[in-house]
Design a protein around this ligand. Structure first.
Ligand SMILES: [Zn+2]
Length: 241
C-alpha cells in the first residue's frame, strides 16, 4: 500500500469502530472496585511519570499530558479516603548519560526538578507517608527497577489501577507488564486503565520536521494504544470516580 488515501479508505471502518468504542467507554465507581476486591489492601494505584518533566517543564512537557494531573490527584484522594494504601509512583530518574537520550531529548535526570512528582500530588498530605517511589531509567518501569520485587512482596494485590503518561509508551508498557506477568503465572488479577487519567503528547509532522524530531500524532496514538491494551485484557474505562 503506497497511497495515503488508500490507507485511510481501507482503515476507515476500523477507525470508526475505534471512535465508537472510545465514546462508549463507561466510568466505574472506585468504591465498587474496592468492594469487589474485598479489602482495600488488594488494590494498588500505580502512577507512572506524573512528574514535572512531562507535565510542567522541560523539553518533553506537554499541555495534553498536564491535563491528566487533576483527575489523578482526585483519584489519589478518593483511593486514600476508601482505605487504599498501596500507591506506587514510577518515575523517570535518568542517568545524566542515559542511552534513552539517543531517542528522546535529555529529560528528567535523577535529582532534577523534572524528575520530581508534580506539586499537585506532592501537596497531598498523605503523599510522603504512603507513596512508594520507584525510579526508572527506561520507558519500561519493570526493567532494572524495584517494581517486580514490590509485586512479589505484595501477592495480596489483585486490582491494579494504572494512570499517567504516555499512553503509548510507559503506560502501555506498565499495564502490559502487569497483565502479562499475571497471565504467565495464571494469576487472576484486574488491570484497569481510566482513559481520562492517561494521555500522550502531540508532535505534528510539520513541527517535528523543523527540529529533526520524530512526529507523533497524540490523538491517534492515544486511541490506538488504549484499544491495544483492551485487546490484551486490560480493562479500559472512561474514568474511575
Ligand atoms: Zn525517559
Amino acid at each position: 500500500m503506497r497511497d495515503v488515501e488508500e490507507l485511510i479508505q481501507r482503515s476507515k471502518p476500523f477507525l470508526s469502530y475505534l471512535l465508537r468504542w472510545r465514546q462508549n467507554l463507561q466510568p466505574v465507581a472506585l468504591s465498587a472496585l474496592v468492594q469487589d476486591s474485598q479489602s482495600p489492601d488488594q488494590v494498588a494505584l500505580m502512577a507512572v511519570d506524573v512528574i514535572n518533566g512531562f507535565c510542567h517543564t522541560g523539553p518533553l512537557a506537554s499541555l495534553r499530558v498536564a491535563g491528566i494531573v487533576a483527575p489523578i490527584v482526585l483519584l489519589f484522594q478518593n483511593a486514600y479516603a476508601l482505605g487504599v494504601r498501596h500507591f506506587i509512583f514510577l518515575h523517570d530518574a535518568h542517568d545524566p548519560q542515559a542511552v534513552e537520550f539517543d531517542s528522546y531529548p535529555a529529560h528528567c535526570v535523577r535529582g532534577s526538578e523534572e524528575s520530581a512528582p508534580v506539586p499537585e500530588l506532592k501537596a497531598l498530605p498523605f503523599f510522603d507517608k504512603v507513596v512508594t517511589m520507584i525510579p526508572k531509567n527506561s520507558v519500561n518501569a519493570a526493567v532494572g527497577t524495584a517494581l517486580n520485587d514490590w509485586l512479589d512482596a505484595h501477592p495480596e494485590v489483585r486490582t491494579f489501577i494504572v494512570v499517567g503518561d504516555c499512553t503509548d509508551i510507559c503506560v502501555y508498557m506498565l499495564a502490559m507488564h502487569l497483565r502479562t506477568r499475571a497471565n504467565a503465572a495464571n494469576r487472576t488479577v484486574r488491570v484497569i486503565v481510566p482513559a481520562n487519567a492517561v494521555d500522550t503528547y502531540d508532535l505534528p509532522v510539520e513541527a517535528a520536521s523543523q527540529t529533526g524530531a520524530l512526529p507523533h500524532d497524540g490523538e491517534l496514538l492515544h486511541l490506538i494504544f488504549l484499544y491495544h491494551m483492551r485487546l490484551n485484557g486490560i480493562e479500559v474505562v472512561a474514568a474511575i470516580e
